[in-house]
Design a binder for this molecule. Structure first.
Ligand code: FEO
Ligand code: CA
Ligand code: CA
Ligand code: CA
Length: 572
């Protein structure tokens, strides 16, 4: 960590132009290697990925999962371990061996299910190239069928009791794990986002409760078909099953036999990621976004304080959750969610129906809060508000009106923005904060109005739909995009999805990487010496136009890439 350099020499690399190549492009002087791909076996008895069949449920269960999102590298003893989320699958790709019109069989559906969850794998550099270590004792797959413990205020509540677990204290598995976080005590936080899309009802006319409707659950799933192989995903038979999902889950990468813990105290919503910071007084503060049009930004503050080497179990179980209210004058405040402020019966209910609690106190509806990250050099938090294409047209089911204004300044928001806020007196537990926009994305070559973007956006660095956001330990803000890659009309010149570096002091933004066709660039972490940056390439070829990374006629595969500098220097 150090003082920011002047804009001209803040970054060690030269900006690269946008492009639409089916490749990962980085600046001169940098190397890119593909380290691990969807379907690569983590144990030597697993079959290598088969491009013809795209694997089976059995091969997938012991292989790296699909569509990589949030990730973290941990140094454990003398070993390095990558923990990565596998958010979802593209059924066209994973079931691509099926004849047109033929419905997926049970093995197809189970293969998709096993491609979800978390992949944990030891990694090491070998002959200058990062590689996975098959059969490491630390390797682990966590799937939608891995038993987990429900902890915190909602554990044991009636809303969490199901046929599978009448105690309401257990949960089967995790899925749609989007962004991540890491605790000060070295555990991994995985965040359950679009958990709703996996539930359906055998009876198409089944109507779900308003409580489930607010979370997007309906009688139809998004095509994954899990109820076909696992009855708990039939919401007409098991209406409390969706209440066991939508949490932040803590995983200990040091112990492959440990039971993951769902932390209900951090609320239930479509969690993007979880940014944990230790406040000056030792309390643990976790910032979190709910990625849905018109939903909210949250903050959790622990009751207890963190002491290195001390007990940690209670820190994410006991505390207060609040929701953000932004005012147009650049100030804002955190509104506590308590039985008194929300009218809800108890804390357990607030932790299950967190969206409704946020509505009850009048939180500010946002343009889809994606990743949140904390500046290591000062008390300042950034959040990507990715876009909001249908403000006022289609509000979130059961949600609040979404007026334009404050940190959501454009009526039709096709480009997104990054908001940042500073807690009063540098105290992350303070009720008050001030805010501004770090960047308003846009296209200055097409628009002259607000859609041209803020002053730090120009024809050479433009992008849309910021999503992944993370500070490195030197204080560079890395921005990843999940947006419109048509490279046409309002998006002309934006090219494929990309990764940029931002200077939090000067506001300068410089393009560092362009991903392959039809991908999203999401998830990043560094080796402890900052000399390797690991980045996730998600859903390349989601519309059929990519063969990355293998090229030729190969099936496109989500992968983690390792980026290094040819001169061995640190990233950025
Ligand atoms: Fe999984 Fe909101 O991105
Ligand atoms: Ca995202
Ligand atoms: Ca996104
Ligand atoms: Ca995504």
């Amino acid at each position: 960590p150090g003082t920011a350099k002047a804009a001209s020499d803040r970054f060690a690399f030269k900006q690269i132009p946008a492009n639409t190549d089916d490749a990962v492009t980085v600046p001169d002087g940098y190397n890119v290697d593909v380290m691990v791909r969807w379907g690569d076996p983590l144990w030597s008895n697993g079959a290598e990925f088969d491009h013809a069949t795209r694997g089976t449920a059995g091969s997938q269960a012991t292989a790296f999962g699909d569509n990589i999102d949030g990730m973290e590298v941990y140094a454990i003893g003398d070993k390095m371990v990558l923990v990565a989320n596998n958010e979802y699958t593209n059924r066209k790709i994973i079931w691509g061996n099926r004849e047109e019109g033929k419905s997926a069989n049970d093995d197809d559906v189970n293969k998709g299910k096993m491609a979800h969850g978390i992949s944990i794998v030891e990694i090491r550099p070998e002959n200058g190239k990062w590689t996975i270590v098959k059969d490491s004792q630390l390797n682990r797959r966590i799937t939608p069928d891995t038993e987990m413990e429900l902890t915190g205020p909602a554990a044991g509540h009636d809303l969490l009791k199901t046929a599978a677990d009448p105690t309401g204290k257990k949960s089967m598995g995790t899925w749609n794990n989007c962004g991540n976080g890491s605790t000060p005590w070295g555990t991994y936080l995985t965040c359950e986002e679009n958990f709703n899309g996996y539930f359906s009802a055998a009876d198409e006319n089944h109507e779900v409760s308003p409580e489930l409707n607010r979370y997007g659950i309906s009688s139809k799933d998004w095509g994954y078909g899990w109820a076909q192989v696992d009855e708990r995903f039939d919401v007409s038979k098991h209406p409390n099953e969706p209440n066991r999902a939508g949490y932040v889950v803590e995983i200990d990468p040091r112990d492959p036999n440990s039971t993951p813990k769902k932390r209900t105290a951090l609320g239930r919503f479509k969690h993007e990621n979880a940014e944990a910071v230790v406040n000056n007084d030792g309390r643990v503060v976790v910032y979190m976004g709910d990625d849905e049009r018109g939903e909210f930004l949250y903050r959790f503050v622990s009751d207890g304080v963190f002491a290195p080497g001390g007990p940690t179990e209670g820190l994410l179980n006991e505390g207060t959750i609040s929701v953000a209210k932004f005012y147009p004058n650049g100030t804002g405040e955190w509104l506590e969610l308590t039985p008194e402020t929300t009218g809800m019966a108890n804390k357990a209910e607030i932790c299950v129906h967190t969206r409704q609690a946020g509505s009850a106190v009048g939180a500010t509806t946002m343009d889809r809060p994606e990743w949140v990250t904390s500046n290591p050099n000062t008390a300042e938090i950034y959040c990507a508000l990715t876009n909001n294409k249908n403000r006022g047209i289609k509000p979130n089911a059961g949600g609040d009106p979404t007026p334009v204004g404050g940190p959501n300044p454009r009526e039709a928001n096709n480009y997104g923005q990054i908001v940042r806020w500073r807690p009063k007196d540098g105290d992350h537990t303070s009720k008050d904060f001030t805010w501004d926009l770090f960047v308003l994305a846009g296209n200055p070559t097409v628009h002259q109005d607000a859609n041209k973007g803020s002053d730090n956006v120009n024809a050479d660095n433009m992008f849309n739909s910021p999503d992944g956001l993370k500070f490195d330990s030197n204080g560079i803000l890395w921005i990843q995009t999940d947006g419109n890659y048509s490279n046409a009309e309002g998006f002309a010149g934006h090219g494929n999805n990309q990764m940029l570096a931002g200077d939090p002091v000067t506001g300068e933004i410089r393009r560092f990487l362009v991903g392959p066709k039809e991908c999203e660039v999401t998830g990043m972490t560094w080796s402890p010496d900052l000399r390797t940056m690991f980045v996730g390439i998600q859903h390349p070829g989601e519309r059929g136009e990519s063969h990355w990374p293998e090229g030729g006629d190969a099936v496109p595969r989500s992968a983690v890439i390792a980026i290094t500098r040819k001169d061995g220097g640190p990233m950025g």
